[in-house]
Design a protein around this ligand. Sequence first.
Ligand code: C5P
Length: 400
Amino acid sequence: MELNGKRVTLGVTGGIAAYKAAELVRLLVRQGAAVRVAMSEAATRFVTPTTFQALSGNPVAVDPWDAGVANGMAHIQLAREADVLLIAPASADFLAKAANGVADNLLTTLTLARGCPLLVAPAMNRQMWHNPATQRNIATLAGDAVGILGPASGELACGESGEGRMLEPEEIVEELIAHFQPKPLQGRKVLVTAGPTFEAIDPVRGLSNLSSGKMGFAVARAAREAGAEVTLVCGPVALPTPRGVTRIDVTSALEMQAQVMLRAVTQDVFVGVAAVSDYRPRSVSEQKIKKDGSPPPVIELVENPDILAEVAALPRPPLCVGFAAETRNLAEYAETKRRAKKIPLLAGNLIQDGFGGDANRLTLFDDNGQRALEPAPKLTLARQLMARAAALLENPHAPY
Ligand code: C5P
């Protein structure tokens, strides 16, 4: 229930993507939001107001002079009663009017009369999107602090393919959740490693570990929600990339090290969440190793670089944050690890508390002491960790 108590006014303009707005309402309600829907006349040709009324549990406004609204001022009421105004789908026509302050129907009028932030999810044919007029309108809206969500590239209703698809409802909800998060990392750059690494033995076999990547992906998402520009370097995992995060896929520890060291000096924060293999085979067999009756092969290992310690040892390192997953003696091992790697902030957890799952139990260790966080979903913990990193960036002695 990430949107509990939030009042969302959803404006639906006329376009084929309007059918996705129905699913969007369902997801918003499921996250705890109170949703009021306002439709343009054209939108009602694609989806009926009854659909939105059933899904939101609230009356739907369609016309500015709707006699059902007590004082005939639907736009003022809808704009006053919202924490955010979201227009999805937003047509080229709506964007043009909104950019110029035109108020000639319900949606444009409540946009102009709003007292809350405005987010738009454009949806149109690719040529309409790339038209200089639309691009000019989008730039104007962005300059007016309007949040522009998407559009995505892909198949378009007109049969063409290109930029102009409305974001999927799940992606819009993720953006809305991010919108409501505090922004202590605004203007900062954050680099995160996540997942396991895979160290090849031959073309089909290798050494790896059971890291799911969920904690690292949650950290990347939380850093982006907090306003940072986020790069995520991850080993082999099957997880969707958090919205707005730049993802770099790698396989081995050496590849991860190379991608991290390329970027580390320009970062404000580095969070090493990856479960990097401690060792790799000294040599990789070019051919598949066969079981041919001779004694089993002996695989000689060499140590992998410690990426986190290497970043922390840079002349002007970013604020380095590490993770320690232990099976026992958490406080002692975590503090020893933090000092050995010379990192200001470390999050420790017991493997039995969080491995592979969606929730975890973390304890934070820094120069000001330690703090046990309440057991919680990984995203909640990641937000608390990023809040602590932001506080330490401002003041290395920030009390808890
Ligand atoms: O494996 P270990 O317990 O030492 O990991 C502690 C921290 O160091 C983690 O944050 C992990 O991402 C990082 N690490 C690393 N490179 C390694 C080993 C660990 O960046 N080779």
